[in-house]
Ligand binder design. Structure first.
Ligand code: CUA
Length: 346
């Protein structure tokens, strides 16, 4: 091959490689990683992308060069030279991809093993290492509770920065899937089993928690937030919540049950500041009870524990979770029934 041809090949390769690199680097394909695990996944992503760009540049250079250089001239009717393979070339184009694929699998295996590793407490005196959070998925909301802090529960995920967290994910109804895009990993929430996802958030901030498995009518709205704060702020929050649990239930406990069980993710109820329209409007409960032909409180109670007994016209059956009888204590059920009855009469 003449020197001029090699220079042309390399020049074409650089142009295509630069174009592919620009597309990879200038478009924000992935969110900025906000956990150690996501940082490692990003490394694998860029490692593979760099290899792909190099191969693309090589293939594009050879194709473009051949199309221009070896195209049929207008007056050329001759046959091409009879070529039968090229052993040296075949060895090269087998050996290089084999080496690259092996490198990718080694890097991926190392990252996978590191990401699935749950670091264990080095000293019992450190209450936050690792911090266990029980994640409960349910149509159509998340509940996060903290066994190390008397099982305080929160509709948002609060975790301290730079602390290993062990998310124990389960579901009480259908399959859901837990995903914080900035943390890089997804894990299914399956009824009857607990799946463990280790995550070490390394950036403070508020990130979306997304349900990423189609789980019913409210799937698209099944979102929460992950709030990553300093260890000090996290401990202050956790201790404050513990005190609230210890205090006797106040007059607001009906609202607490309403919020903690995600009623606000589907319904409108002005006293609770809820404005969703998946389920019937709870501001209009008295009129709905009348249509069902039942006294208000009895109607509300029945609609919570046996939601298909009467379904407001215009709304589908089987969307309201049927398991609140099991999820709520009698006191909680009484409180939320009273809260809804009182609030809807205003
Ligand atoms: Cu839960 Cu989609």
């Amino acid at each position: 091959m003449r020197r001029g041809s090699i220079v042309q090949l390399v020049a074409i390769g650089i142009v295509f490689g630069a174009a592919a690199a620009a597309v990879a680097l200038l478009v924000p394909w992935l969110p900025d990683p906000a956990s150690r695990q996501a940082g490692r996944i990003d490394f694998v992503f860029w490692f593979v992308t760099a290899i792909c760009i190099a191969i693309f540049a090589l293939v594009a250079a050879v194709i473009v060069y051949s199309l221009v250089k070896f195209r049929v001239r207008a007056d050329d009717d001759s046959d091409g030279p009879p070529i039968h393979g090229h052993t040296g070339l075949e060895i090269v184009w087998t050996a290089i991809p084999a080496a690259l694929v092996t490198a990718i699998s080694i890097v991926s295996a190392v990252v996978l093993a590191k990401n699935e590793d749950i670091p264990h407490a080095s000293a019992a005196s450190e209450p936050l290492k690792p911090l266990v959070v029980d994640v409960k998925a349910q149509q159509f909301f998340w509940t996060f509770s903290y066994p190390a802090f008397k099982d305080i529960a929160s509709p948002t995920l609060k975790v301290p920065v730079n602390t290993p967290v062990e998310l124990r994910i389960t579901s009480v109804d259908v399959n859901h899937s837990f995903w914080v895009p900035e943390w890089g990993q997804k894990l299914d929430a399956v009824p009857g089993s607990t799946n463990t996802l280790p995550v070490t958030p390394d950036k403070k901030g508020t990130f979306p928690v997304v349900c990423t498995e189609l789980c019913g009518l409210g799937h698209a709205l099944m979102r929460s937030t992950a709030e990553v704060t300093s260890s000090k702020d996290f401990l202050a929050w956790a201790k404050g919540q513990q005190k609230k649990i210890a205090a006797p239930a106040g007059s607001s406990s009906g609202k607490a049950v309403f919020d903690a069980n995600g009623c606000n993710t589907c319904h409108t109820f002005t006293p609770a500041g809820a404005n969703k329209k998946i389920g019937p409007d709870l501001d209009k409960l008295p009129a709905e009870a009348q249509r069902a032909g039942k006294p208000l409180e009895q109607f509300i109670r029945e609609s919570i524990v046996n939601p298909n007994a009467y379904v407001e016209p215009g709304y589908p059956k089987n969307v309201m979770p049927p398991n609140f009888q099991q999820l709520l204590s009698k006191a909680q059920l009484d409180a939320v029934v009273k809260y809804l009855a009182a609030g809807s009469k205003q």
